[in-house]
Design a binder for this molecule. Sequence first.
Ligand code: SF4
Length: 465
Amino acid sequence: MASGRSNGKSPSVAIVNLGCAKNVVDAEEMLGVLAEHGYSLTADTSRADVLIINTCGFIASAKDESLTAIRDALRWKRRRGTKVIVAGCLSQRYGKSLLEQVPDVDALIGVGQMARIHEVVERTLMADSPVIEETPPQHRWARTGTRVLSTAPWSAYLKISEGCDHKCTFCAIPAFRGGHVSKPLERILEEAQDLARRGVQEVNLIAQDSTQYGLDLYGRQMLPQLLRELSAMQTFRWIRVLYCYPSRVSDEVIDVLANTPRVLPYVDMPLQHADDDILRAMMRPVGRDRYVQLIRRLREAHPDMTVRSTFIVGFPGETEQHFANLLAFLEEVQLDRAGAFVFSPEDGTPAENLPNRVPERVAQSRYDRLMRLQQRISLMRNRMWIGREMEVLVESAHPAQRNLWIARSFRDAPEVDGTVLVRAREAQPGTFLTVSITDATAYDLLAERTISLPVRAGQKEEVPL
Ligand code: SF4
């Protein structure tokens, strides 16, 4: 049980979470473990006795953001003695050497210590010198039911595996998150039952590579079976898969995404580039033409299949012609959504020392050009929905306009995609509505509430509320 304060009150802990959805789950698991061990949880960082900064170490901008958050936390340490623990990817990646930049932190832990965060907090409260735990990443799945959900009560992430076995030359993640480790299927189903009991209606499966799920544990790709079993539970209304690796989007995966009730026809598939020279330099196995075919197969399998991807611009050696090939690819495949990053030379990755670096100014201008093109494409894709009806999940009232509600459709993953703005006198956050699309922008759709609808776009069968 929590100890460490002389006034007899249990110490309070707050977590500042940075980075991706995988970090959201890690933070929720840490909060759960701490609550179980008697710590009081607070969202108020100014009042916490212990502040945990759950960092991201993905690329330069993410590292800067994490360091800023740590320095902000250290201000509370100076003002009121708050203990500061640095967890997550940045500390896993750089370990003790981080202390050169933020020497006053009280503890540094990696991604393998999260399940025993209570012990780390306890030792930090007692110790005068920093608690440092540098170990290789070990994946110990926290117990089902311990997670404190921090997302909207009707939507949750469900992590199905950890780590990555790919060798993309720009990526440092496998070096510090370790190789791919699947969570046992029965464990995932148990967690899914737990989320369903708590009222979750939308479950978003996450991993570094969701399509690799099961290969290590069962010797075969198990994502299709997992999706079928989650669908058969008949509890979630929306089941979404994030982060698919293109060469593993098999016919079976496509079939399950397209034809399984409750599994959304939505694929988030980072392609990184679409010029074969650059793909080879990135050690990405799939070539441009196969990407084109894959996207065609996805759309043939389901006419409303929503395809999202991410690209890197300014990879070393990327010429104007390579970049033009990427833009031409985007024009050809007309993705529903795409995001982009400017290449960041990450320590210890093969791409770090590649010759022919693209000047920052050029890379930034390519980023802007790609995003402008994609905005035009996304606008066209969104306009195709005008006049159609679809089901949306209401998230909140619009902060500035009466009778306007912020909702998401099956095409909108939380945090990363757009929204559907629904005009309606009344709506209830956390419920599903049928709406009719009246207008579109590059990111959002505008809609009116409709009374009833027999066919819901994006759904393969009528699912009773
Ligand atoms: S698939 Fe490539 S980019 Fe993604 S985490 Fe693995 S190595 Fe990194």
